[in-house]
Design a protein around this ligand. Structure first.
Ligand SMILES: [Zn+2]
Length: 101
């Protein structure tokens, strides 16, 4: 596909681009909004099941929508920058639900 960005790591083929809204606080304490991009590269992410899917099928097929949704979600979970204490919060909520707190 022409016009697609090349992978900044290896200049290889980019299979998917994820744009994430991203807000941070600048030096003067004001919130700044922007977005971060995460790329799925055919070469760098060759071990990823989502990259494997595209290597095998070439393109997203409608009949694989459920599988693709699952692969995408797993990929997002791996690449998405997490809030630092998200896991701790979840563990705490889980413990609270079990009546341990
Ligand atoms: Zn790459």
């Amino acid at each position: 596909m022409s016009g697609d960005p090349a992978c900044p790591r290896c200049t290889g083929e980019v299979l998917a681009v994820l744009r994430l809204p991203h807000t941070w606080t600048n030096a003067s304490g004001r919130p700044v909004r922007g977005h971060g991009e995460v790329l799925l590269c055919a070469r760098c992410d060759a071990g990823d099941p989502l990259a494997t899917y595209f290597a095998v099928h070439g393109t997203a097929r409608p009949e694989h929508a459920a599988l693709l949704a699952r692969l995408l979600r797993q990929w997002l979970d791996r690449v998405r920058p997490r809030a630092p204490d998200e896991d701790a919060l979840r563990a705490e909520a889980e413990a609270w639900r079990r009546g341990e707190l």
